[in-house]
Design a protein around this ligand. Structure first.
Ligand code: ADP
Ligand code: MG
Ligand code: MG
Length: 892
């Protein structure tokens, strides 16, 4: 037979912290605290399965009522009070508590069991009577609100009227008889509203409260919260029924909340607040100003009312000791709720405390130093994505903010710059070394270069997954999207914000962590990558198996990535080197050349540019591996578009604009992403690959001479589907390699490999591996080609797919393990059949996504490569993946 009820009391409990699934977080931890001998008011927990049963059958399970009664009998035995007894009544609290903490669930009902008779039994002195009637009116008010569904404001209105009539300012000033009058009015109100009197029978009260907890699982608030946080609806919630202890028994009583360490800084000191002569809800309600727990905090916060440390030193000492005990027991920072009844301390809740990223790091590192947890445990406790908060400059918290608009915190960090409204302006400003914020209604793929040139991006439309948001996060650029209270007036070149009209060139600051736009330049705090961060990342590096490289196209990227701990470049996209300044002109001439001679002429001018880029990259990377991908341009991105551009290029090439237009027309592709790109280009025009290979090898020679640390270039051929494609391009590369080595009189070790980004390549990996010395999974294109979904057009329907439950996650953000992942597995396995030692890596966006990194660990890849700002996230994720793998396979 199923057991529905688990009791807990002094020194013993039927459940424990391990029973979170059945007892919910609150119930499991109440049981645990009771079992280790902490002062917990006795009580019982109704398991969450009872809720599931109730919701399915619209009735309480058979046997539950008897088990609850038996549980109450044990509470009665321990407290010496009786539920419903007029002389010495036991009062109960009824508290919801699901498996994971869930705001939106039913609020707690306190003082249950009070009625017109039992209220008399609470005490006979004047002080006791006041307390008794105060408790009764609280109960009616809470029960009326939470269980009977009446608006709590109407109770407050009655109370406010009464206070005015009696001439009191505070609730605590009311006398027993005045509270009785309030109670009379409350009961009359309930009877009038519901046509039934307030329930007097304690058992009826209890059944009502339990039913209300169960029903609240399906409340709109709770359902929405679950959707947002991926909590399954079938869990249900447990109910805790517990003897009341009273913090409202005069000046020797109090109630409060505490963190065992400071949740925003991580400092090891009790942190929290309390109220004298109060019950639980008073602390949260915010009607009275709470007092600080410690003297230190009181002084820091400038409060004049005494701390708990000063006011009730004994209870404070006991609380401190219990918090230490809890930390040692749970090996984690705890968030506790407590009540002091006439000097006696009672613990009402404990759970792992929520904390800022900074605090999480400090606490994890301190706990290792204190011997509470092992290094690997510390590494496992930090949420990798949360590191993002630490890696960017932030606005100095001490300065006042003049907010001129607000939107969504789309990409973290803060940035200041001059306002520009177009990508062209952003790129021009970057050339001149000016810092700008790109302000647009929304961005599109054409804005990429402007976005890259800007310090930050502000859009007045769009959400967290709009183009601007996704791209900015990838680039590590602060971004605020959907700032609906701002307007871009394109025609007049104005940005209209709250109370301000700004024009192009005006200074603005955006805070991508809060979603605010601020006027002018604002002082910043630079990221702190030493201290706790550095120590924890050190432990992570020791724990991980995979290496972490970066996707870097420019020296600036490479430097940033090295500072973040990258161990090589996993992807250098050479076409990105040709967008800037003069180069795009030469590039256009090369693409548009009519014949090989024309192309070679342009390539000759590109060679020194490429060589110097590579030399700089190799020098920065100082002997670490660098993977360079041969040109893979979506050609259309390079073609001149406006009449002006066409005229310019035509002049440079000695052609008529009309002739050039024809050439552009001829190069037009219906489906550029599936068109003449990747290795196809190198096969049509081998001179391009030859130029690039020459630039790479000459740069390797130069950098090796300069740094003394010879680089090992890894040359990557893109978009290979056939082994013969790779053979052809590889032959070109090898020819150039031997020529350069001969000229330089130096040997350079290098690898030629391919990107796996076509399903055919994955399936034929064993054959391709005969020629390829490494594979790198280009999961952006591989996702695109596997699904047959264009990356650039996906935004039109992926959100609809997600909303309608067709797919759960955007496969371009989080790897599709079942489909794309299967191809990766196949390719890895088949590739290694042919070449067991071959290096395997991933270089798509997914290389910086924690869930995808776990997958890469599982498949046994050698490295992940991601954008510079995601390198620390990847290092930590890779470490966690290794730790998990070891735990699961039982190896240490
Ligand atoms: P929440 O999940 O919203 O924190 P709780 O069930 O913890 O709700 O209850 C809120 C507050 O009610 C507690 O912090 C405590 O102050 C008070 N409370 C709950 N149970 C009791 C009890 N048995 N005795 C006294 N106060 C209680
Ligand atoms: Mg609650
Ligand atoms: Mg609580």
């Amino acid at each position: 037979m199923e057991k529905w009820v688990y009791t807990f009391g002094s020194g013993k409990a039927e459940g424990s912290a391990r029973d979170v699934t059945r007892l919910g977080g609150k119930g499991a931890n109440l049981a645990e605290m009771a079992a280790i001998g902490l002062p917990v008011p006795p009580g019982l927990t109704v398991v969450s399965d009872a809720c599931v049963y109730f919701l399915k059958n619209n009735a309480l399970p058979e046997g539950l009522r008897d088990e609850i009664l038996a549980g109450i009998a044990t509470i009665e035995a321990e407290t010496g009070k009786r539920f419903g007894d007029a002389a010495n009544p036991l009062l109960l609290s009824v508290r919801s508590g699901a498996r994971s903490s869930m705001p939106g669930m039913m609020d707690t009902v306190l003082n249950l069991g009070l009625n017109d008779q039992t209220v008399q039994g609470l005490g006979h002195s004047a002080e006791d009577a006041r307390f008794a009637f105060d408790s009764y009116r609280r109960f009616i008010q809470m029960y009326g609100d939470v269980v009977l569904g009446l608006d709590h404001a109407i109770f407050e209105d009655i109370l406010d009227d009464a206070k005015a009539r009696f001439g009191h300012e505070n609730d605590t000033d009311l006398s027993a008889s005045e509270w009785q009058e309030v109670i009379r009015l409350y009961k009359a109100l309930i009877e009038e509203e519901l046509g039934e009197p307030f329930p007097q029978d304690p058992m009826v009260q209890l059944a009502g409260a339990v039913g209300a907890v169960f029903s609240s699982w399906m409340s709109a608030r709770a359902v929405t919260y679950r959707q947002l946080h991926n909590i399954p609806g079938h869990w249900g919630t447990a109910v805790n029924i517990q003897a009341m202890v009273f913090g409202n028994l005069g000046s020797g009583s109090a109630t409060g909340v505490a963190f065992t360490r400071n949740p925003s800084t991580g400092e090891k000191t009790l942190y929290g607040e309390f109220l004298v002569n109060a019950q639980g809800e008073d602390v949260v309600a915010g009607i009275r100003t709470p007092q600080a727990l410690t003297e230190k905090a009181r002084i820091e916060q400038g409060h004049d009312r005494p701390s708990l440390e000063k006011l009730m030193p004994e209870a404070f000492a006991e609380l401190t000791a219990i918090c230490d005990r809890l930390e040692a027991h749970y090996c984690d920072m705890q968030d506790v709720e407590f009540t002091i009844e006439r000097g006696a301390l009672w613990m009402l809740q404990t759970r792992a405390g929520k904390r800022s990223t900074r605090a999480a790091l400090k606490i994890a590192v301190d706990m290792v130093d204190e011997g509470l947890i092992a290094e690997e445990e510390a590494v496992s406790r930090i949420e990798p994505a949360s590191l993002d908060q630490l890696l960017h400059p932030t606005i100095d918290p001490r300065v006042a903010r003049q907010v001129i608009g607000s939107g969504l915190p789309a990409s973290p960090g803060a940035a200041t710059g001059e306002i520009v409204f177009t990508s062209e302006e952003a790129m021009a400003a970057e050339q001149e070394g000016r810092k700008v914020i790109l302000v647009r209604m929304e961005t599109s793929p054409e804005d990429i270069h402007g976005m890259n040139a800007a310090e930050g991006i502000l859009t007045t439309r769009g959400g967290m997954t709009s183009h601007a948001a996704v791209v900015a996060r990838g680039m590590g650029i602060p971004c605020v999207t959907g700032a609906g209270n701002m307007r871009v007036d394109q025609r007049n070149g104005l940005l209209l914000g709250l109370g301000v009209k700004l024009k192009k060139g005006d200074l603005i600051t955006i805070d991508g962590s809060s979603g605010q736009a601020l006027k002018g330049a604002v002082p910043m705090v630079q990221p702190e990558l030493s201290g706790d961060f550095a120590r924890l990342m050190d432990w992570a590096d020791k724990a991980r198996r995979m290496t972490v490289r970066t996707n870097a196209d420019t020296p600036a990227d490479a430097r940033a990535a090295r500072a973040f701990g990258a161990e090589g470049i996993g992807l250098c996209r050479t076409e990105h080197m040709f967008f800037e300044g003069e180069r795009i002109h030469v590039m256009r001439e090369m693409i548009l050349a009519e014949d090989e001679a024309g192309r070679r002429a342009a390539l000759d001018r590109l060679l020194p540019m490429q060589r110097s880029d590579f030399t700089e990259l190799f020098t920065i990377m100082h002997g670490q591996p660098v993977t360079i991908r041969l040109l893979d341009p979506p050609l259309h991105e390079f073609l001149p578009k406006t009449e002006e551009e066409i005229a310019d290029v035509a002049a440079a090439m000695g052609l008529l604009p009309r002739q050039l237009s024809q050439r552009v027309e001829a190069l037009h592709e219906f489906n550029p992403m599936l068109g003449h790109r990747g290795c196809r280009l190198a096969i049509s025009y081998p001179e391009i690959a030859e130029m690039q290979a020459r630039a790479i090898f000459e740069a390797a020679v130069a950098a090796a001479r300069e740094t003394g640390a010879p680089v090992e270039p890894e040359i990557m051929v893109p978009l290979v589907g056939l082994r013969s494609e790779l053979d052809y391009v590889k032959a070109c590369i090898e020819k150039v390699a031997s020529a350069v080595m001969r000229e330089a009189g130096l040997t350079i070790t290098y690898l030629v490999g391919t990107m796996i980004e076509l399903p055919r390549a994955a399936l034929r990996a064993h054959v391709i591996a005969e020629a390829a010395e490494f594979f790198s999974f280009g999961t952006n294109d591989l996702t695109q080609t596997t699904f047959g979904i264009s990356r650039d057009d996906a935004a039109a329907f992926i959100p609809t797919y997600q909303r309608k439950g067709i797919i759960e996650r955007d496969p371009f953000i989080s790897l599709d393990f079942d489909g794309v992942g299967e191809l990766i597995r196949i390719a890895a396995e088949r590739g290694r059949q042919t070449r067991p030692e071959m290096k395997l890596g991933i270089c798509g966006e997914h290389g910086g996504d924690p869930a995808s990194i776990h997958f890469c660990e599982d498949v046994g890849l050698d490295y992940v490569s991601c954008s510079p700002f995601r390198v620390p996230i990847a290092r930590l994720s890779a470490a966690q993946a290794s730790i998990l793998q070891r735990r699961e396979t039982g190896k240490s």
